[in-house]
Design a protein around this ligand. Structure first.
Ligand code: ADP
Ligand code: MG
Length: 336
């Protein structure tokens, strides 16, 4: 339950999701190295004493619907109270980030977080008679520190946008913000934008995603009997770049450079999230400026905001090193 943000200005929760072994891994004889203790929200590396506890721990058999209901659904209410909300999917390539978020939604598959959240938002709006709502969506990709507008529908070299900051919030001049009045309309833009995402192949995964994809829903609420009462909330749904280190993917040249920049964003994000927890003891200094990822998310990580990190891991023995690295990153985020 994420409702605790009301007394506590910043809330970060971590949900661990372990994907199942895929057929190819089973046929090669790879073993599941993770053991889950559901009642403790704990995961243990088998044959070691390493154990980690998170707000939620979901084993390989969790369905999309149950995952959404248990870890995400409650957060929707907080948007309508005026909180900014950020959901981040972190993990190595192939660990289930895109599956969990539903970033590559096509309408056919078992739905991930984005299509379910969009549906819940419009159901809430339909049942509310006190406010008028304006909802817009945007879709961005951050690749090698350059931010692209995926809904611009222009050649890629004309889609770059800049991040600016005013006294209260982050603004991106020229970014396409499409007004939407139904879930299906919003999902059309999700589909359109995801068709333009950059990928470059590595040894690890031919569709390896080397960029961060950020789908944003802006909600503005105006009280019907009092136009002076206005609330806004920003909901970022972020499918982060693969967290694997470049040496493991065997990447060289251009792809290696990508790896370096991606690590910069993920490193800065880890530092910001962990500094948020130390705010009171460290003069309140948080280094959002270290990467465009953290600059972009500045008004949605600090202040009146709620963050849910979905840490995605593979259970396979050959992924142990990357799995441990994700478990540690998520552990650091949770200690706030
Ligand atoms: P990532 O975005 O982290 O690179 P994907 O979401 O593309 O990883 O997942 C890699 C593969 O594993 C895909 O074929 C995906 O359908 C499958 N997969 C991931 N998580 C699950 C899950 N919980 N249940 C079933 N299949 C999954
Ligand atoms: Mg992906």
């Amino acid at each position: 339950n994420l409702g605790m943000a009301e007394s506590d200005n910043t809330s970060v929760q971590v949900a661990l999701r372990i994907r199942p072994l895929i057929h190819n891994e089973i046929s090669k004889g790879f073993q599941n190295i993770l053991e889950v203790f559901p009642e403790l929200n704990q995961v243990k590396i088998k044959s070691s004493d390493k154990a980690f506890t998170y707000n939620f721990v979901f084993d390989t058999n969790i369905e999309q619907e149950e995952f959404y209901k248990k870890s995400v659904q409650d957060v929707i209410q907080n948007l309508f109270k005026g909180y900014n909300v950020t959901i981040l999917a972190y993990g190595q390539t192939g660990s289930g980030k895109t599956h969990s978020m539903g970033t590559a939604y096509s309408g056919q598959e078992s739905k991930g977080v984005i299509p379910r959240a969009v549906t819940d938002i419009f159901n809430f709006i339909k049942d509310n008679f006190t406010y008028d709502f304006t909802v817009t969506v945007s879709f961005m990709e951050l690749y090698q520190e350059v931010l692209y507008d995926l809904l611009a529908m222009k050649p890629r070299d004309q889609c770059a946008v800049e991040i600016r900051e005013d006294a209260k919030s982050i603004i991106i001049p020229g970014l396409t913000e499409q007004p939407v009045s139904s879930a299906s309309q919003a999902l059309e833009y999700l589909i359109k934008g995801s068709q333009g995402r950059a990928t470059s192949s590595t040894n690890m995964n031919a569709q390896s995603s080397r960029s961060h994809a950020i789908f944003t829903i802006n909600i503005s609420m105006q009280k019907k009997d009092n136009s002076a009462t206005n609330r806004t909330a920003k909901f970022h749904l972020v499918d982060l770049a693969g967290s694997e280190r470049s040496k493991k993917t065997g990447a060289t040249g251009q792809t290696f450079k990508e790896g370096v920049n991606i690590n910069k964003g993920l490193l800065a994000l880890g530092n910001v999230i962990s500094a948020l927890g130390d705010e009171k003891t460290q003069n309140g200094y948080i280094s959002y400026r270290d990467s465009n990822l953290t600059r972009l998310l500045k008004d949605s990580l600090g202040g009146n905001s709620i963050t849910l990190m979905i840490a995605c891991v593979s259970p396979a023995d050959y992924n142990l090193e990357e799995t441990l690295s994700t478990l540690r990153y998520a552990d650091r985020a949770r200690k706030i």
